[in-house]
Ligand binder design. Structure first.
Ligand code: SF4
Length: 320
């Protein structure tokens, strides 16, 4: 039996592509690349994998992706999404895995002209060349609009069973979803945080302060973020769960109300009394009781201190 690797985002297009190829008696292993800006595999992904009979694997490329994000050769999309370089990176990684999994080609859910940045016909060819995968990337949803790939020429895949979908419409994909019995339709793509303008504001802050690390990106997913100085940030938990996550961190300074009725604030980077005062007054702003002292926890030691509350105008100034 022939085997293919699929770039799997968790979105409808990548799922359909897998099912189309599986129908042709090709075993598919889906690869979910973890860039740090997409969500790991969810229950729904595992459900698809079990119900439709394909393996699914997470591949961690967070560090490599950050190098791309800091300086993408092909630039950014509408927000901070470096889609062209991201695709090239994923395909290069997939190419390396082809040997390990004894796969003879790669599948993607790309659709010609669906997205402005990475899915124009010429760009698809360029991406393929950059990843040194000429003729080895099959895009089942748009294959009939593209030059025949090696698996088609070798008779592994019947070109007549592939599709000629083009553009942003979703009608044909929905009809295919019905054909394959996909009841809960996933998003077209897997949901990348780098397409969210609000999230990108926080990423841009890390980029401009040269603080873009895997650990700092992880922290962007929780809490309210404040830039206290060029080298110092504060993150305030928004609920008990986020407070717990912040408190469980090994490094940093923590500030929280002595009665625990408020946020935990984590201070990261280089700080002085000035930054501690700012963080303490932010903590008081979000605390339930405004007359309560704060606990400052440094290296396991706890100090009690009273702070003046910050004004709403000032909060806006510091909020990222
Ligand atoms: S949207 Fe995000 S995950 Fe998708 S190609 Fe662009 S950067 Fe990569």
């Amino acid at each position: 039996m022939h085997r293919a690797l699929a770039l799997y985002s968790g979105g409808l297009d990548s799922l359909l592509s897998i099912l189309i190829v599986k129908e042709q008696k090709v075993e598919v292993i889906a690869l979910k690349f973890l860039t740090g800006f997409v969500f790991p595999l969810k229950e729904q992904d595992l459900f698809y994998s079990q119900n439709f009979g394909f393996q699914i694997k997470e591949i961690d490329i967070k560090r490599k992706f950050l190098t791309v994000l800091k300086n993408p050769e092909h630039g950014y999309g509408k927000n901070l999404n470096p889609c062209i370089d991201c695709k090239i990176l994923m395909l290069r990684e997939a190419k390396q895995l082809m040997l390990e999994y004894e796969a003879s080609f790669i599948i993607t859910g790309e659709i010609v002209s669906q997205r402005p940045m990475s899915q124009k016909r010429l760009l698809l060819i360029h991406i393929e060349k950059e990843a040194s995968l000429n003729g080895l990337i099959l895009r089942p949803l748009s294959a009939k609009l593209l030059v025949a790939t090696k698996p088609e020429l070798d008779g592994i895949i019947d070109r007549d069973s592939l599709y000629d979908i083009c553009g942003r419409g979703r009608k044909k994909q929905f009809s295919l979803a019905r054909k394959y019995g996909i009841e809960k339709i996933p998003q077209p793509s897997g949901g990348c945080l780098l397409t969210d303008p609000l999230f990108c504001k926080k990423v841009n802050d890390l980029l401009t302060h040269d603080e873009l690390t895997v650990e700092n990106v992880e922290l962007l997913k929780i809490g309210r973020h404040f830039r206290l100085s060029e080298k110092c940030k504060a993150i305030a938990g928004r609920d008990a769960e986020e407070n717990e996550i912040l408190l469980n961190r090994q490094r940093g300074i923590f500030i929280y109300p002595a009665d625990f009725k408020g946020p935990v604030i984590l201070i990261t980077g280089e700080f002085s009394d000035r930054e501690i005062d700012k963080a303490g007054s932010i903590c008081l702003y979000y605390s339930k009781n405004k007359n309560v002292p704060m606990i400052i926890k440094i290296n396991g030691e706890e100090i009690r201190k009273n702070f003046n509350i910050i004004s709403a105008e000032e909060i806006i100034k510091y909020r990222i």
